[in-house]
Design a protein around this ligand. Sequence first.
Ligand SMILES: [Mn+2]
Length: 383
Amino acid sequence: MSFVPRLSSSMRSSLPASSIRRITSIRNYHIYSKPSAEKGLTEPQYKYKFLEGNPTVGIVGCPFSGGQGRTGVDLAPNKLISAGLVDQLTSLGWEVHYNSQEQKYIDIPFNPISTSSSSSSSSSSSASSEVKIQKLPDEDIGKMKKPRLVSAVNEKVSKEVEEIAKKGWLPLTLGGDHSLAMGTVSGTKAKYPDACLIWVDAHADINTPLSTDSGNLHGCPVSFLLGLEGTDVAPFNEWLKPCLKPEEIVYIGLRDIDGPEKAILKKHGIKAFSMHHVDKYGIGKVVEMALDHVNPDRSKPIHLSYDVDALDPIVAPSTGTPVRGGLSFREGHYITEALAETGCLVSVDIMEVNPSLLDPNSVEKTVAAGCSLARASLGETLL
Ligand SMILES: [Mn+2]
């Protein structure tokens, strides 16, 4: 996969700092890969019952770090693709499409003015047209940091995920930080209004713009999806409507919850299985109980949003907010295997891999874990 272009940090830092600049070519490429007997399986192990046509994955790469303070998490999609993810999924029997339009996530044009003759042309398929970009300031709104950027990127992600889901394909979103789940879950819900959400994470990410301490929006996506107090705020409310009910989400792996988040979880009766429950019942029972809560008949579509920091830092060290005492390698993969087995998965997020943190060995481990979680979600089995 060495042909995959990669925006190096030197290229990025060479971008002009002026408030108005011109982008003459938008980095854009398309990968399409079809299963065959030579490549591996010709169809996935399990029937994904809500998908249509040949089982197909649409990878949404989101090189985005604006929902938190550290850079580097934006490098993850290309790292995961470069590690061979497209071929790996193809060998599991999936058709794979990957459309890279990195530019729109790296530095979102808040106010794009197309200079080409057709004013309707958007960022896609306009590789040759010239786009004048006015970068607007993005001051805090209340405590929220980079609110316009996070909102604009998520609106795009939401549309892209919705578009892929509506083709009958499975969107696999590669983050990027977990604020992106505002876009992925709302996009999935547009196609599957009754979808439930399984959130695997060390953190609940359910702070509101009022309760957040840091102002980092990667700690808030769930509150926006639920429409909790304080989330009906511009610019988010211009496109993001509450689309999730408290009984439609279940957490697995929690172990680092802020005080106000604990209160929110209690107040809304949101089901959560912390590491305490994993220790007490074992991961098999926990996944079964989680499914019984949000999907008792296994008849509803499932969106899986997986933050790699749910895994223990020994397993996935290169992530922005590691917390000790996490899921083992097998526990983490068991969750994805068990969900694949239900045939109900319709959308998967792999979030918060940060290839710029720690040593090369840690990065390799974490990227490999991201790829293997994606594969297990798409039907890879041990036998
Ligand atoms: Mn998270």
